[in-house]
Design a binder for this molecule. Sequence first.
Ligand SMILES: Cc1cc2nc3c(=O)[nH]c(=O)nc-3n(C[C@H](O)[C@H](O)[C@H](O)COP(=O)(O)OP(=O)(O)OC[C@H]3O[C@@H](n4cnc5c(N)ncnc54)[C@H](O)[C@@H]3O)c2cc1C
Length: 437
Amino acid sequence: MSENRWDALVVGAGAGGLCAAARLSNHGYRTLVVERLDRVGGRASTDEIDGFRINSGAVVIELGGITEQTFTEVDAKFEVRPADPPILYRINGRDVDVTSGGWGLLISQLTRHGAQLLTGIGAARADGGLPDRELSTADWVRRYTKHDAVQGIFRNMCGSIFAVGSEELPARVFLTYFTRKSAFKRFGFCPEGTIGMWKALAEVVERNGGQVWLDTEAERLTVEDGRVTGARIRRGGESLDVACDFAVSDIGPSATLDLVGPEHFPSDYIGTVLQGDLPCGMISVNFASREPLISAPGLLSFARTRRLCYVANFTATCPEMAPEGWHLYVGTGVPKPSIGDFDADAETALVLQDLREEIPDFEQARILSIAVTRDGWPPQRAVAGYDLPHDTPIPNLWNVGDAVKEYANGGTTACAETAKIVVDEIRRRHPVTSTPD
Ligand SMILES: Cc1cc2nc3c(=O)[nH]c(=O)nc-3n(C[C@H](O)[C@H](O)[C@H](O)COP(=O)(O)OP(=O)(O)OC[C@H]3O[C@@H](n4cnc5c(N)ncnc54)[C@H](O)[C@@H]3O)c2cc1C
């Protein structure tokens, strides 16, 4: 079999691309992954700064959901160390664990008048109990209470899970997620940094006879008679043509459209893609200290911050993420507005102000990096509730990743889910034909 002829071509080695590639290769498809960067993981990768493992995007990985299921099915090493309890909420100066008490305990800590809000959550569990699509999460909360801290907690939950504020997230998405989905109830950190997850999947692809080509950019997907036939790629300074039976793109429908050429798509599809191309923004402050700065072993979230949604404490469970004697954290905030343009300097200043107020001795911490992720490198390529379809008008081309999430899902979990759905569809339409070497 020629190096340039594959069953499956996967463009992009992010969470969605590698979950798809690992599944495809595990089912016997000869799979090539091309990734333009020099490492895997995309927006869920890791950089090393002075011996600290700094995640460039995703921080926590869900346990017990579709991501873990993917790793089990393809026999990949799933190294996620659980944080227990996963999250504490700082309410009135105390860090409260609501793991066993759930919504009732959380809301009772915030306000004595929370009963109605609990009734609202209860109603959402019933068939037909979800609010209209237009109502924002903030407006839904306002129906029950005007309490600032309650609004603050809901805002920070929306930010942590969906990377948008509660004003921008439909209440229907929020309530669907918490009443009908796995909802990131248990999660942990990958000790190698989040990149470790995707390296394990890249190993599966190669073990199954596929390849992952780094520093390799897809310049064009070639289309003949309305079907993808391969790609023109740039590798080692040279252009090369590869042929494939079908292609899976992990770069978002909008970039995929450019890669194929809009002339190959009907105008209504182009309109849908351009309308749904709504990336949001996030601000992450990576910092370290010699003394522990928080006691929460996983995430610490807040009720009264301006922008800061959570601080993650990596070294409490994964000391190998920092040089000996150091504690490593990230504080993450969602800007206002969280969709569209925002003033990055002013919004970063507000995240830093929150960190100074919430984390005693933050002033003594060493700031390792501040990352503003937005535009072409967003925390979510589509706002939850406004996702695009994973299939395309080209019958052998699919999208995976966080622009084509299932309704009310988010992050790497959503990416793993899109990969399963797309690969199941591919198996129905393109049964394996190649014989092993
Ligand atoms: C700050 C931040 C915090 C987050 N926190 C969490 C969290 O704690 N938990 C969680 O689950 N999720 C989190 N997320 C979201 C999560 O990181 C993303 O949902 C997920 O990583 C998106 O993966 P993807 O597969 O959709 O695409 P991407 O990660 O964008 O992967 C696409 C890949 O395609 C490559 N590429 C692009 N164009 C080409 C081309 N022409 N040829 C070849 N390669 C190409 C890119 O380089 C990239 O590697 C966070 C994100 C950010 C930014």
